[in-house]
Design a protein around this ligand. Structure first.
Ligand SMILES: [Zn+2]
Ligand SMILES: [Zn+2]
Length: 348
């Protein structure tokens, strides 16, 4: 590869990656160029790889959970230097619509994320406005630090739910986001954190995350168990990381009167078999939550830097950028056995 060139993994169409050379981008005023170290691949990426994610235009460069090192800094950028390790906030907003002006940049009417609407991080370098990178402490391993983006979305949801120290919290599903919800609720000091999954190894990880109770069962079977564990009161908060009709129905059944149901999922399944009465009778609040905001980043970085959340358990496998096709083939074959696959961008 020539000087000034970089490798980029392009998804030309569903299930078809090619790795090509492109010129390394240059930082304009207000921008930085980040030399990508690692990108974590999540279910959203898998959906785009399979062609199941609505509205994606191919070819696309995937990758939105990424860390790296500042390579160059454009004019008018302060507080960032070449050599500094950073994590990327992938939610790119317009800055002038009504949502942005209200401070809800993650709900921007013209928003997109890198790795979907904008070129992503399955590449060796990426050019971004400086406000989308957040410095990381030098000691944090960059592959594990990619999970901080996901943690920030989890934090955003729990802030919206307003979880208090004396509350009971049920987390439905113990994949990556479910486990992070379990851990964060424990760290917030929730009186009781009940982790539910049908899969034993995920239950074991939930225990490692500090869940006070784990229930290995379907969500329907878990309803009675939650009632028992809460002395028939019901839970204060249910966080649903699965997002289908069963989890919504069972989750509402698990809640106490006045409880809050947090829908933390990008599921597209229609909900049938539900009616308004359960919401009315128990006066349930349903809380939607999307992506993350800039203010979620620094506290999430701090949680990991201080050792309160061990991110190493989430990295199931690592692949170099050249083998991105093999990484996605493995993910497609074993979606329920993988938490995150990390793609290492490697040297030039
Ligand atoms: Zn993701
Ligand atoms: Zn906007």
């Amino acid at each position: 590869m020539g000087r000034g060139a970089m490798k980029v993994a392009i998804l030309e169409q569903p299930r078809k990656f090619v790795v090509r050379e492109r010129p390394v981008p240059r930082a304009e005023a207000g921008e930085v160029v980040v030399r990508i170290a690692a990108t974590a691949v999540c279910h959203t990426d898998l959906d785009m790889y399979l062609g199941h994610h609505p509205g994606v235009r191919y070819p696309v460069v995937l990758g939105h959970e990424a860390t790296g090192t500042i390579a160059t800094v454009g004019a008018d950028v302060s507080g960032l230097q070449p050599g500094q390790n950073v994590i990327i906030n992938p939610v790119i907003s317009c800055g002038h619509c009504d949502c942005c002006r209200r401070g809800d940049e993650h709900l921007c009417r013209n928003a997109g994320i890198i790795g979907r609407e904008f070129e992503g991080s399955l590449s060796q370098y990426i050019r971004l406005r400086a406000r989308y990178v957040h410095p990381l402490p030098a000691h944090l391993p960059l592959a594990e630090a990619t999970l901080i983006e996901t943690l920030a979305t989890v934090r955003h949801a729990q802030v919206r739910a307003g979880i208090a120290a004396d509350e009971s919290v049920v987390v439905l599903g113990q994949g990556t986001t479910g486990l992070l919800h379990t851990r964060l609720a424990v760290l917030t000091g929730a009186k009781q954190v009940i982790a539910i999954s049908r899969t034993q190894w995920k239950i074991d990880l939930a225990t490692r995350m500090g869940a006070r109770h784990t229930v290995r069962a379907s969500v329907d079977e878990a309803v009675d168990k939650v009632q028992q564990l809460t002395d028939c009161a019901g839970a204060d908060v249910v966080i649903d990381t699965v997002g289908d009709a069963d989890t919504l129905r069972a989750g509402i059944a698990m809640l106490r009167p006045g409880g809050r149901f947090v829908s933390f999922s990008l599921g597209h399944a229609d909900f049938s078999g539900l009616n308004a009465f359960g919401l009315y009778f128990k006066e349930i609040s349903i809380i939607g939550t999307r992506a993350l905001t800039h203010v979620d980043m620094a506290p999430s970085i701090e949680l990991v830097a201080s050792g309160k959340i061990d991110m190493s358990v989430f990295v199931t496998a690592r692949y170099p950028l050249d083998q991105v096709a093999a990484a996605f083939e493995e993910y497609e074959c074993n979606p329920s056995r993988i938490l995150r696959i990390v793609i290492d961008a490697g040297g030039d």
